[in-house]
Design a protein around this ligand. Structure first.
Ligand SMILES: [Zn+2]
Length: 245
C-alpha cells in the first residue's frame, strides 16, 4: 500500500467518490489536506483520511478560525494538521501575518499532539526557526526541493521530507541527491494532486503515486516493493494511523 500524504481533493476534476475508487484500485491511500475554513466543512466526511489547517494563502486577520480549527481537530482525534506553513512569494499574504498564523497553528498542533504537513516556499529558515521556537518534531515538509543543509536541519529536528514528481523533472533537480542520501525512515511520498502533473498529463491524481514511485525506486536503487513499504510504514509512524479505513 502506498500513502499519498497530500491531495487537494476539492480541486480535483473528478468527484471525490471516483478519486477514492481510483486510488483504492491502485493500492494508494491518501490524506486530503485542508486549506481554509469553508473547505474544512466540505472536507469533513468526504474521505477517510483528512488533515485540517489554514494554508498560508488564506492567512487572515481575524482569529475566529482558531477555535473552528481546534473544533475540527478535537472532533477528529486521528486527524493531522495541514497544509500550514509559510510562502514568501510576492503574491502571497503579508509575511508577518503568515508567521502569526503559522505559529498559532504549530502551538495548537503541539498542544493536541498532532502531526503537521508543512508548506514551505522561499521561507525555509523562518519555518525552521518557528519549529524550533514551538519545539515541534512531528512534521513533514511537503514536496521538499531544498538544499542538503536545509534538509539536515529538518531531519535533525525529527522531521520527514516528502518526495513528489518534481524529482522526476529534466534536468534532474539537486534535491534528488538529498532524497537519495537521507535516512530512508524519514521519507514520505505525495502527488500534491491536482497540482504537479506528471509529464504529458493535465493534472495529477493519487492513483499516479506508484508511477512516481517507479521512477524514484530506480533513482534510489531500491526495489519498487521496498519503496512502497517505506511509503506506508513511514506514514504509519508519523501519522500514528494504519490507513486501513
Ligand atoms: Zn503546498
Amino acid at each position: 500500500m502506498w500513502v499519498d500524504i497530500n491531495v487537494h481533493l476539492e480541486l480535483m476534476n473528478a468527484p471525490s467518490e471516483s478519486v477514492n475508487q481510483a486510488a483504492t484500485a491502485a493500492a494508494v491511500k491518501f490524506i486530503a489536506t485542508g486549506t481554509d475554513p469553508d473547505q474544512w466543512d466540505w472536507l469533513a466526511g468526504r474521505t477517510s483520511n483528512v488533515a485540517f489547517g489554514l494554508h498560508p494563502r488564506y492567512a487572515v486577520q481575524t482569529s475566529d478560525w482558531v477555535s473552528l480549527l481546534e473544533g475540527y481537530l478535537r472532533k477528529n482525534p486521528r486527524c493531522a494538521m495541514g497544509e500550514i506553513g509559510l510562502d514568501f512569494r510576492p503574491q502571497m499574504p503579508n509575511r508577518e501575518l503568515q508567521k502569526k498564523v503559522f505559529e498559532r497553528q504549530l502551538a495548537l498542533a503541539k498542544e493536541l499532539d498532532r502531526p503537521v504537513i508543512i508548506h514551505a516556499v522561499k521561507a525555509h529558515s523562518e519555518v525552521i526557526s518557528a519549529l524550533k521556537r514551538v519545539g515541534l518534531s512531528r512534521f513533514v515538509i511537503h514536496a521538499f526541493s531544498g538544499s542538503k543543509n536545509i534538509a539536515a536541519d529538518y531531519l535533525a529536528m525529527g522531521g520527514y521530507l516528502s518526495a513528489s514528481c518534481v524529482l522526476m523533472r529534466t534536468p534532474r533537480p539537486k534535491a534528488l541527491q538529498v532524497f537519495r542520501a537521507m535516512p530512508r525512515n524519514r521519507l514520505l511520498f505525495e502527488t500534491d494532486a491536482p497540482d504537479l502533473p506528471l509529464a504529458g498529463m493535465d493534472q495529477s491524481s493519487p492513483e499516479f503515486l506508484p508511477i512516481i514511485g517507479q521512477s524514484l525506486a530506480l533513482d534510489f536503487e531500491i526495489s519498487l516493493s521496498a519503496l512502497e513499504h517505506l511509503s506506508y510504514a513511514n506514514a504509519r509512524t508519523l501519522f500514528d494511523h494504519d490507513f486501513v479505513q
